[in-house]
Design a binder for this molecule. Structure first.
Ligand code: HEM
Length: 309
């Protein structure tokens, strides 16, 4: 029954809960474009033959975002922040990484994601989600617990620049001989991780993330190290709600640099579908049911917004 959920149902639920802004994303509607480059470390070639790790600069189009389909979502919301990257490899190949600033996701199966979106629908009487429905959702979906706990313990960042972003799913790095290694990646900010105080959460205006990101890039390049954890046999491969055991080997495989940021309207990131299954040779997906479900859901949202719906 878990896999009976369809992308159509989930996109309809997003539209029902958040409303539709014609021509815009059904999820992560609020966002900011950025551009820069990635330079990989050739040492990573012992795990992956991806052109990402040639040592040559690879142009990147990025989008930093807030989840949900409400274009007015406040930047203080205790929700994840998103970072989507499109790497433009030599010869026209593309590699995507579409990440959140939580180490785990809030659903092991698409049904949990669907039920959460339904539970988040504002009650017409209050304009807010019904607390009883949210409680019932939590109680009946233990796989939502780990991400909710992380979000409860970590206030959102004061800037997109002050967050780590996690691939969350397990992926395969594939070397030149075809040997696959299970990995999880994350991007760690050179500006350091920071969290808003509870006071700031109450006093800050609804919009500051875009302005701060643009301002930050005018003062100099913004960098994240790409780190990869190397999996061991038995590490969870198909469950994005489960962290890997601590002390897995960590390898730095490259550096992302963002040099400019701009409002999304008319900018390079606006019309990109950051489908996480867009992959170039050297990186491959696992059978994680959430990872596999994302691709057709993003395609549906993308097709609708491109046609002006
Ligand atoms: C059942 C699971 C999920 C569903 C149904 C889903 C659905 C969607 C949809 C429909 C969009 C808008 C696509 C577009 O119009 O371009 C989106 C965007 C996004 N999602 Fe997901 N998502 C899921 C899981 C995840 C996970 C696990 C992550 C992170 C690891 C993630 C991160 C993002 C980000 C960062 C964006 C914004 C991309 C951009 O800037 O264009 N999502 N999601």
């Amino acid at each position: 029954a878990q896999d009976e959920v369809t992308p159509e149902q989930v996109v309809s639920a997003l539209e029902d809960t958040f409303g539709v802004t014609p021509g815009e994303r059904r999820n992560h509607i609020k966002g900011t474009c950025a551009t820069g480059e990635f330079v990989g470390l050739p040492a990573a070639a012992s795990w992956s033959r991806s052109a990402l790790f040639s040592g040559q600069p690879v142009p990147v189009v990025a989008r930093l975002s807030l989840p949900g389909g409400n274009p007015k979502a406040p930047d203080t919301a205790k929700s994840p922040r998103g970072m989507a990257l499109e790497f433009r490899l030599p010869g026209g190949a593309l590699q995507h990484m579409t990440m959140l600033n939580t180490p785990v996701f809030g659903a092991a199966h698409p049904k949990t994601f669907l039920d959460q979106i339904v539970a988040l629908k504002p009650d017409p009487a209050t304009g807010k989600p019904d607390p009883a429905k949210l409680e019932a959702f939590k109680a009946s979906h233990p796989d939502s617990q780990a991400q909710a706990q992380f979000l409860g313990e970590h206030n959102p960042p004061p800037s997109f620049a002050n967050s780590s972003y996690f691939g969350i799913h397990t992926f395969k790095f594939v070397d030149a001989t075809g040997k696959a290694t299970l990995v999880r990646w994350r991007f760690v900010p050179e500006d350091g991780e920071k969290q808003l105080s509870d006071e700031e959460l109450k006093s800050l205006p609804a919009n500051f993330l875009e302005e701060r990101l643009i301002e930050r890039t005018t003062r100099g390049p913004l960098r994240w190290d790409m780190l990869v954890s190397i999996g061991q046999p038995g590490d969870p491969e198909n469950d994005p709600t489960q962290a890997w055991p601590e002390h897995r080997e960590q390898v730095k495989v490259g550096t992302l640099t963002l040099t400019a940021a701009m409002p999304q309207k008319g900018a390079a990131c606006e019309k990109i579908n950051f489908d996480p299954l867009v992959m170039a040779a050297g990186i491959a997906p696992t059978d994680d049911p959430i990872l596999r479900f994302r691709s057709p859901s993003y395609a549906l949202s993308f097709a609708k917004r491109l046609s002006g719906q």
